[in-house]
Design a protein. Structure first.
Length: 285
């Protein structure tokens, strides 16, 4: 009999691998990518808070307020499957603790990033919380260390390279180093190599675009877990939702996110499995 885990926040049952098939490769990549993104956010905010707390002040911390909307609860849910992708129970607990800490710290930071001019009280508050953000930078580096063995053994080398870049950035944040913030308050962050969560695979596969005004022949030029690149002369509009009919009878729902001539970029409503047959239809010639 399958036993369901429980989400502490909702008391709702969370299905385990015994109840449905989990794409472990996709889930691992999702966890690693989000952890990298969260580590970058922690480093950026920690450094800018430290810069704001300096006597000379100048750092446009309000430019980071868009990052505060992510309360990390989604990743706490994803970590219910951490053991399925190879993380130990202790690692899952520590990483989940990191996310909870980030969520709480962002909540406390929100009032200080309102579109109002900086006041003395805001400066004092930033000075008081900068130490907690420096601790979060240390926790982020520890979370990266927890997933390092899986990152090295199961994902492309660019992920490990990015992890090394992030650890250096987090060390600067933990040390209170503000050299990356210039006199105008702009922070200069290092570039990460693995910018796409789902790298494209070139393919050549015929398909049919099913649009409200009819069906049109097209060809899939590349595929990723979250999107398709297709070639089609029929005009479509940005943001338009389409169905893509494949040769095997499936129909994928997707939204148009870009168009350049006959080249159309689509975002899939439902990500593909890593074992999807589309990834094996390699381009020839």
């Amino acid at each position: 009999m399958a036993v369901a885990a429980t989400n502490e926040a909702t008391s709702a049952p969370i299905a385990r691998a015994a109840e449905w098939k989990i794409d472990r490769g996709f889930l691992l990549e999702t966890i690693i990518c989000d952890l990298h993104s969260s580590a970058m956010q922690v480093a950026m905010l920690a450094i800018m808070i430290a810069a704001c707390a300096r006597p000379q002040g100048a750092a446009a911390l309000r430019s980071g307020r868009h990052m505060l909307h992510d309360d990390c609860k989604v990743m706490s849910l994803a970590l219910h499957y951490g053991e399925e992708v190879g993380l130990s129970p202790a690692s899952v607990k520590r990483i989940d603790g990191f996310y909870r800490g980030v969520g709480d710290a962002k909540l406390a930071l929100r009032p200080l990033l309102q579109p109002a001019s900086r006041s003395a009280s805001q400066g004092d508050a930033l000075h008081q919380i900068r130490h907690s953000w420096r601790k979060l930078a240390v926790a982020a580096a520890e979370a990266l260390a927890e997933v390092d063995p899986l990152t090295r053994s199961q994902l492309a080398g660019t992920y490990s390279e990015d992890a090394a870049t992030l650890r250096q950035l987090l060390k600067e944040a933990a040390d209170g180093d503000t050299r990356r913030v210039d006199a105008m308050g702009t922070i200069h962050l290092p570039a990460l190599r693995q910018r796409r969560q789902s790298p494209r695979t070139p393919v050549r596969a015929p398909c049919t675009i099913v649009a409200p005004d009819g069906s049109y022949s097209a060809e899939i030029a590349d595929v990723s877990r979250r999107g398709l690149g297709i070639v089609c002369s029929h005009p479509v509009d940005d943001g338009q939702t389409l169905r893509i009919a494949l040769e095997d009878g499936r129909q994928l729902e997707a939204k148009v996110v870009r168009r350049q001539g006959d080249q159309i970029g689509l975002a899939l409503s439902t990500p593909l499995s890593t074992s999807d047959s589309l990834f094996h239809q390699r381009r020839r010639g």
